[in-house]
Design a protein around this ligand. Structure first.
Ligand code: URA
Ligand code: SF4
Length: 214
């Protein structure tokens, strides 16, 4: 199963956003509030890809509005980037989590390879509309979705790459024009780190090269 049969051909962002609520391309739609689609201008120069919605995003229906989103907003601000000019989305559109005990927060689980690949048609459709000049991969899941399983964010963060030509599976993105991709850590890694300041500073440094007109 993949999302492919649920993605409208040549859909606008609004059409895609409406259709994703009916997606049954993998099992992750079960036990969620809703799918969380990308958000931002359709002509954004920079497209940012995260992992998947968290608990707050699942309830509010918007990407990066929980704790990781706050870290990301601060990193963008320090790197001289304005979130409202960028298109933000996730590799996987439904929240994967362990069942929560009554009254407790639901605990996030990382999506597996099958789920990343199953959900990728939505991501490809977003790229086909937005056609960004710059792409940001936040963390390993985004990097795997965009570049293939062999990419190591720990080794290659902050290095501008020609994309999709640098990807293992460029045929998935064959309708997407060449862009420059930069991978960095996921903002929730900053929240989990012992040395938050250093992790955050590294993330800001990776993002700083994205500023500028073209
Ligand atoms: N983490 C993500 O990767 N995406 C979100 O939208 C929120 C948290
Ligand atoms: Fe469809 Fe993606 Fe949700 Fe799976 S996670 S049901 S592929 S939108």
């Amino acid at each position: 199963m993949t999302a492919a049969e649920f993605v409208p051909d040549h859909g606008s962002l609004d059409e895609l956003r409406a259709a994703v609520q009916g997606c049954r391309g993998c099992e992750l739609y079960k036990d969620t509030t809703q799918a969380v689609f990308g958000e931002g201008p359709g002509d954004a120069r920079i497209l940012v890809v995260g992992e998947q919605p968290g608990d707050v995003e699942d309830r509010r229906g918007r990407p990066f509005v929980g704790p990781a989103g706050k870290v990301l907003d601060r990193a963008f601000a320090e790197a001289g980037l304005d979130r409202t000019t960028m298109y933000l989305t996730n590799a996987v559109k439904h929240f994967k989590h362990r069942p929560a005990a009554a009254g407790k927060r639901q605990l996030h689980q990382s999506p597996d390879r099958g789920e990343i690949v199953a959900c990728r048609p939505w991501l490809v459709a977003e790229f086909e509309v937005v056609r960004p000049a710059r792409v940001v991969a936040l963390g390993a899941t985004a990097a795997k979705a965009l570049l293939g399983p062999g990419f190591r964010v720990t080794k290659q963060h902050g290095v501008p790459l020609p994309w999709p030509s640098s990807a293992d599976r460029p045929e998935d993105f064959k309708g997407v024009p060449e862009a420059v991709l930069v991978a960095t850590i996921h903002p929730s890694a900053v929240l989990r780190a012992d040395d938050r300041e250093a992790m955050f500073a590294g993330m800001v440094e990776d993002l700083t090269g994205l500023r500028g007109p073209a």
